[in-house]
Design a protein around this ligand. Structure first.
Ligand SMILES: CC(C)(COP(=O)(O)OP(=O)(O)OC[C@H]1O[C@@H](n2cnc3c(N)ncnc32)[C@H](O)[C@@H]1OP(=O)(O)O)[C@@H](O)C(=O)NCCC(=O)NCCS
Length: 392
């Protein structure tokens, strides 16, 4: 007899130990690294899938926020999805995700994001590609700026509030980036037990930018500089930070960081001697249509209505007709309306983040609407291309 699968939190310490073993086998990390990871995530955020009494897999779902249209939307970031090898391809991960999404809906979470190792699994439960994960490699010798006008000094604990404020201001203009919680800030400041070094750029004591850097050495390769986070709030800060990075050029060959193609640092360089690599994409799931649409921001000055008819196999309350009314940069949602934009919940996810245009959504058969309505929806969800700096 095949035993039933159930999904729930950790009931006892042994559950977490077993999931730790499964995760460490799945991601090839030492088993002793699991305890600090789960502590950092919060054991209350772990969900397990059991076959009968036995834990066969699990995930970590960490509440945080994600910026869309200039507003931080409450989001649950799903990570560490893993199933024991002997239990794979029997639906354990699908069951785990389905039950977890139902739970998120009950908890009032509007959206969920994740980095997929396979799209197929996550598409099946309503996630869709929604933003880029891109990394730049910049040879340090090609930085042709020497600008030391602003003060640059090591970061101290007393800079914390100012660093967070500069980050929030920047993230609000970079859709898809996180409204970080303690877990994310810890990863910026310490990566796999190695501390990063924080530096701030100031004018008359006021912070205009910062960077967290770490040197990476791999056997047989020249050491490189990795920047876990770098933000310049002003053009002078961008020039000072680039000069700071160039000052490593005698001992490091290149610097890498996760960014997008219009990063102000890259735009400040005189020449474009760098490469941008598309590392992957992240996926988004709309968990509560009305809450999600009301939580994000919209282009200021726009007055518009979009008449959706949403299809969601997993979360029935998302099904049906909704009107999104946009004005004064915010959106209000009412049930009903014409329902002329027929949209799968996955189509709504990628429209919501601004990743795929309505035309692309229609072309891959995730939605359909008359031409004029596709164009109107395109304008409502337009903005910079979404991407994300933080891995989680
Ligand atoms: C990915 C993983 C969690 C899937 O668990 P699972 O219980 O086998 O998944 P399910 O049985 O629910 O399968 C769901 C679908 O995903 C597909 N899938 C599963 N693993 C896949 C893989 N490695 N590559 C491509 N597709 C995969 C399955 O084919 C299935 O689709 P199908 O039924 O149409 O063929 C599991 O293989 C695993 O733990 N892998 C190692 C860790 C990992 O990659 N985690 C994901 C991090 S984002």
């Amino acid at each position: 007899m095949i035993e039933e699968m159930t999904v729930g939190p950790c009931a006892e310490e042994a559950d977490l130990t077993r999931f730790g073993e499964i995760a460490s086998e799945a991601f090839a990390v030492p088993v002793e690294d699991n305890q600090p990871y789960f502590e950092s995530v919060g054991v209350e955020n772990v969900r397990l899938v059991r076959r009968g009494k036995h834990v066969v897999g699990g995930l970590a779902g960490i509440p945080k926020g994600q910026w869309f249209g200039g507003r931080a939307v409450p989001m649950n970031g799903v990570a560490a999805v893993a199933v024991a090898p002997y239990e794979r391809a029997r639906g354990a991960a699908t069951t785990l995700l389905r039950e977890f999404l139902k739970e998120l809906r009950e908890r009032g979470t509007p959206i969920s994001s994740l980095y997929p190792a396979t799209r197929r699994l996550y598409r099946r439960v309503g996630y869709e590609m929604a933003g880029d994960e891109t990394e730049v490699t910049l040879p340090l010798k090609s930085i042709d700026l020497r600008d030391r006008e602003l003060e640059l000094r090591p970061m101290t604990d007393s800079d914390d509030d100012a660093v967070r404020a500069v980050y929030a201001n920047w993230a609000a203009r970079n859709p898809g980036n996180l409204d970080r919680v303690a877990f994310n800030w810890r990863r910026v400041r310490q990566f796999r037990k190695q501390p990063t070094h924080g530096y701030v750029v100031c004018r008359d004591g006021a912070l205009e930018g910062y960077a967290y850097v770490r040197s990476i050495t791999r056997e047989g390769e020249p050491a490189l500089l990795y920047t876990h986070d770098v933000v310049a709030a002003t053009p002078a800060a961008a020039r000072r930070l680039l000069t700071f990075l160039a000052d490593f050029r005698t001992v490091r060959k290149e610097v890498k960081w996760r960014t997008n193609s219009t990063d102000t640092l890259l735009m400040t360089l005189t020449e474009g001697d760098y490469t941008l690599q598309h590392v992957g994409s992240w996926m988004l799931r709309i968990v509560d249509v009305a809450k999600a649409l009301e939580a994000r921001g919209y282009p200021p000055g726009m007055q518009a209505e979009v008449h959706f008819n949403v299809h969601d196999d997993l979360l029935p309350a998302n099904n049906g007709k909704f009107v999104l009314e946009v004005g004064d940069a915010v959106g209000h949602v009412k049930s009903g309306g014409r329902g002329t934009f027929e949209l799968d919940i996955r189509g709504l996810a990628t429209l919501y983040s601004g990743y795929m245009t309505p035309d692309t959504i229609a072309a891959i058969k995730l939605g359909t609407a008359p031409e004029a309505e596709l164009a109107q929806a395109g304008a409502v969800f337009a903005g910079p291309r979404p991407w994300m700096r933080d891995a989680f």
